[in-house]
Design a protein around this ligand. Structure first.
Ligand SMILES: C[S@@+](CC[C@H](N)C(=O)[O-])C[C@H]1O[C@@H](n2cnc3c(N)ncnc32)[C@H](O)[C@@H]1O
Length: 427
């Protein structure tokens, strides 16, 4: 197949832009996560290609957008991710809780916080954690306040309710840390601005919890609670690696919607860095936390490029990048070589006639555009899938780095992520 014919299957369709629409609807808005899929895309893909589906899968589920939409569409689902924060978010978002239970607990939390405001010695005396670099990332007052909130949540008996409040806590940690707002990587607020940075963790937590309870209330009223309570409607969230054999049974899935990483986490979105502070606060093992970016797709740079990925487009692209920078070519190869392994696992799990919908962005490395959408469908064609079409949408609101300096020369920025490609395949 020629390059021209492949590209001609790209269809620009502005109805997929969903420009101006609220993407934080229902339970989707309870926590930020890098490169979230907007719920409108998950919903429409499900309605156009997953109507007959009995079992959905998101192999890179992140914060669980596809899983939530599956539940709203009465379809069971599996979600897989290697990041413990993604697992927590996906589990909480697919576990509807009656708002009265949450409100009861919330009143108790408010009482404790009110008491602490009256008697500041309660917070002064609190035992604080001592994880790596905590004082660099949080002010002493914030550390005490967060420790106080964490202690209250730790004592909630019901695990489901406890996890719900851990999610509000996690969002609070992000908001009150010394990191620059709006960044997914860990950058500290500059020294001169840090002096005036005095966040109130207690109020922030209360505001976020109140908002999240409202969102859960809305979600609870939109799903089939009886089927969920009977165990007929569910979402199973698995902390596993899609490059290896997962615990999902063979031939069990008939619809996939997913937005995988866009490239290795060193040079694109660092999911590990984004999650690190929260996971440290939530007592996750630091050895696991610091390895998230390394164990993500393309996390380890190989010594050489091998001829083991069934995509001509990839090797043509690597050749061009190698001329400018051999190391970056290795990074790009590493990502697709890993992705290729996940295609084997996706193929094992999916049934005949399954639809596979993959949302990707085409990034630029060393001024060379990487046609990720084309490379991906070549990997699937190699396993006998049919590429139906690629929908091209403009990204109006997704929080992704729109500009980057691919040559690392200041001012030499190019637009990398203005368009997104939704690759539709059938097994
Ligand atoms: C673009 S995000 C998914 C966002 C998600 N669609 C959402 O709406 O929140 C990609 C996810 O892939 C996960 N990931 C990276 N390598 C993985 C692997 N080997 N196996 C499973 N998940 C992986 C990352 O941790 C990240 O959460």
């Amino acid at each position: 197949m020629t390059g021209l014919r492949r590209e001609s299957k790209r269809i620009r369709d502005p109805t997929w832009d969903f420009s101006g629409e609220n993407t934080k609807i229902s339970i989707h808005g309870i926590h930020t996560y890098p490169a979230m899929m907007i719920p409108q895309i998950a919903k429409r893909l499900m309605e156009e290609y997953g109507k007959e589906s009995k079992m959905n899968l998101d192999p890179f589920c992140g914060s669980g957008t596809v899983l939530v939409e599956s539940m709203l569409h009465n379809i069971n689902s599996y979600g897989v991710d290697i990041n413990p924060l993604a697992i927590l978010l996906s589990k909480v978002k697919t576990t509807p809780i009656n708002h009265s239970e949450l409100e009861k607990e919330f009143i108790r939390i408010c009482d404790r916080i009110r008491e602490a405001r009256w008697k500041p010695e309660i917070i002064q005396k609190i035992e604080t954690p001592n994880f790596f670099n905590i004082e660099y990332w949080f002010k002493p007052k914030v550390i005490r306040e967060l420790s106080f909130i964490k202690q209250i949540i730790d004592n909630i008996e019901d695990e489901v309710v406890r996890n719900f409040f851990y999610v509000s806590f996690s969002e609070t940690v992000r908001k009150v840390s010394n990191t620059r707002g709006g960044e997914y990587k860990l950058f500290r607020i500059p020294e001169n601005k840090l002096k005036e940075w005095n966040p109130d963790a207690l109020s922030t937590f209360l505001e976020i919890s109140e908002r999240n309870i409202k969102m859960m209330r809305e979600f609870y009223s939109s799903v089939d609670i009886q089927r969920i309570q009977k165990g007929e409607l569910w979402s199973k969230v698995l902390m596993e690696d899609m490059r290896a054999k997962t615990s999902i049974p063979e031939n069990s899935v008939d619809f996939i919607a997913t937005s995988p990483p866009y490239g290795d986490s060193r040079t694109t979105v660092a999911y590990g860095q984004f999650s690190r502070l929260t996971l440290q606060w939530l007592d996750y093992d630091y050895d696991i936390v610091k390895r998230i970016d390394k164990i993500s797709l393309g996390g380890i740079r190989p010594k050489k490029i091998k001829d083991d990925v069934p995509s001509d487009t990839l090797y043509n692209t690597l050749e061009k990048i190698s001329k400018n920078d051999g190391k970056r070519a290795l990074d790009v190869y590493s990502f697709f070589s890993d992705f290729n392994k996940t295609v084997d696992e996706i193929n094992r799990i999916t049934m005949e006639n399954a639809f596979v919908c993959i949302v990707v962005g085409n990034r630029t490395v060393k001024k060379i555009n990487i046609p990720t959408d084309i490379i991906l469908f070549e990997l699937f064609e190699d396993r006998g899938y049919t590429h139906l079409k690629t929908i091209v949408r403009q990204i109006p609101s997704k929080r992704l780095p729109k500009k980057s300096s691919p040559s690392n020369i200041k001012g030499d920025a190019v637009s990398t992520m203005n368009f997104e490609y939704i690759v539709i395949l059938k097994k």
